[in-house]
Design a protein around this ligand. Structure first.
Ligand code: G3H
Ligand code: ZN
Length: 274
């Protein structure tokens, strides 16, 4: 399969999830072991998956190193892996990610001209673009929900985007599952567009609500904090148990994160879809 063909499949995979009422798990990775955990989980569950690296992760590991890692894992993977640049903070970094070979990018911000330029750039390269219709609370960033969800159709049309991040009541980096999703709002949003909707900050969402959201219009579920906690707890236990070689304690983190990722893939209904 050529890289271009793989790219074109990105938006189509997410669109299929929307039509068929399940969601792709989109897991954030920061290094070799966390990225392997994501791909291994997807292979074990025969699921298409989104492997995400955020701009924050790129500051830590280097964007070129991360994309090289992602492309290598993708080429070897037995299932479709979409490489996604998550929470790009500038148009320039989003463009760089597309040029380096990411299948898709998400940009923080809603300047109409910027969104249109990035959509066009993604499409020219066979990729997809995720626009932030609403801001899911993250640090100092909070946004207002749009009162009239029919606004969404206009926003989607004008931005030219393929995926829409919406705020239905989750928040980033929640360590407990205490969110209450607004399903009435999700229904109105989903009725306003056929595009796949994206749930950010999914770690804080109770599992039964994730299952329902995936059935009712959310087609990409972003998960980071929960998986990070799982990875770190396993590393800590291995270190407490006397592990000294990084391969030993990082393997423990990787296995544990893989198991957790598999659990989410099953919950979201994407197991067996690859
Ligand atoms: O973009 C990534 C996420 O929205 C992950 O959020 O760390 O709260 O799971 P989370
Ligand atoms: Zn997010």
């Amino acid at each position: 399969m050529t890289l271009t063909a793989v790219h074109r499949r990105g938006a189509a995979l997410l669109q299929a999830a929307r039509v068929e009422g399940y969601a792709l798990a989109a897991f954030n990775a920061v290094n070799l072991e966390t990225a392997q955990a994501v791909v291994r989980a997807a292979e074990a569950q025969r699921a298409p998956v989104v492997l995400q690296f955020s701009e924050n992760a790129a500051r830590h590991g280097g964007l070129k190193v991360l994309i090289a890692l992602g492309l290598s894992l993708k080429r070897e993977a037995a299932v479709p892996v979409l490489l996604h640049f998550d929470h790009a903070e500038t148009e320039a970094s989003a463009l760089e990610a597309l040029n380096l070979g990411f299948d898709g990018v998400m940009l923080e911000g809603d300047d109409p001209q910027t969104l249109r330029r990035l959509s066009d750039a993604a499409h020219t390269r066979g990729g997809y673009f995720e626009a932030e219709y609403e801001v899911v609370a993250k640090g100092d960033r909070t946004g207002e929900q749009h009162d009239d969800p029919t606004d969404l159709a206009r926003f989607a049309r004008e931005s030219g985007c393929d995926l829409l991040a919406v705020d239905i009541g989750s928040a980033h980096k929640q360590e407990t599952k205490t969110a209450h999703l607004d399903f009435g709002r999700l229904e109105r949003l989903a009725a306003s567009t056929d595009l796949p909707l994206v749930l950010h900050g999914a770690s804080g969402v109770p599992e039964d609500q994730l299952v329902r959201a995936a059935r009712e219009g959310i087609s990409k579920v972003n998960l980071a904090t929960d998986l990070t906690q799982t990875f770190t707890a396993a590393v800590r236990a291995a270190l407490d148990g006397g592990a000294k070689d990084p391969r030993a304690y990082l393997s423990a983190g990787r296995s544990s994160m893989q198991a957790r990722a598999e659990h989410y893939i099953r919950l979201l209904g994407s197991a067996g879809r690859a």
